[in-house]
Design a protein around this ligand. Structure first.
Ligand code: ADE
Length: 228
């Protein structure tokens, strides 16, 4: 139980991590690739789960069952929801929630909950990693991240999500990763850099900022590992 599991949904979101990794081996389970090795002398298992909550949940359970990871970090991009959150800012999850699951469906969880709390130490390390970067033209925030099975690019849906969850940002995997980590008692944190504002202009903004945001988030994870 020594490795840290790191999940990105897209190759772009893990490419900087793979560049900084010394590889021991690569394995495949359920179609997902798992890269085992070290980053700055820390044991890691890095994987790409593909987009969506089912993929993210399956991949998280494999990290736990096959690799016995001691904690899980999810890195990637998200649509900004909170008015303080600007494109290229970074959101560190305080907690995660499914924005497309009826609250009644969560009743099998004991104690009942509709959101999953991130590990406080991982949150602190992520905040330090952002501060470690020094002078920067973006801000970091700690707040709720919500996930659902759609790309949010519509003012109406954005407002509905604000009204129900008051999140900082929206994406498509974090709640599944947090949910699976929680039921397995594994600490987790989600790190997301903002690629768009989840509004009517989201598609265009996303195309311009996808790459820079994905690399920025991965860079924060690299800094987290340096601090561990
Ligand atoms: N990931 C990045 N931007 C997003 C958005 N607007 N909706 C859902 N997932 C996203």
């Amino acid at each position: 139980m020594d490795s840290i599991g790191i999940i990105g949904a897209m190759e772009l979101e893990i490419s900087l991590l793979l560049k900084n990794m010394s590889f021991d081996k690569e394995e495949k389970h359920a179609g997902f690739k798992f890269y085992l090795g070290k980053i700055f002398n820390t044991d890691v298992v890095v994987t790409c789960c593909n987009v969506g909550k089912v993929n993210a949940a399956a991949c998280t359970q494999i990290l736990i069952d096959k690799y016995n990871v001691k904690s899980i970090i999810n890195t990637g991009i998200a649509g900004g929801i909170h008015s303080d959150v600007k494109v290229c800012d970074v959101v560190i999850s305080s907690d995660v929630a499914h924005h497309d699951v009826r609250k009644e469906q969560m009743e099998t969880l004991f104690p009942y909950r509709t959101s999953f709390k991130s590990d406080e130490n991982l949150v602190k390390t992520a905040v330090c990693a952002c501060e470690f970067i020094g002078v920067k033209d973006w801000n970091h925030h700690v707040g709720r991240i919500v996930s659902g099975e759609c790309f949010v690019s519509d003012r109406g849906l954005k407002q509905k999500i604000v009204n129900e969850f008051s999140p900082h940002c929206v994406e498509m995997e974090g709640a599944a990763i947090g949910h699976v980590a929680h039921i397995n008692n594994v600490p987790f944190v989600i790190i997301r850099s903002i690629s768009d504002n989840a509004d009517d202009s989201a598609n265009e903004t996303y195309n311009n900022y996808e790459s820079v945001a994905a690399i920025q988030s991965a860079n924060i994870v690299l800094n987290m590992i340096k601090l561990m």
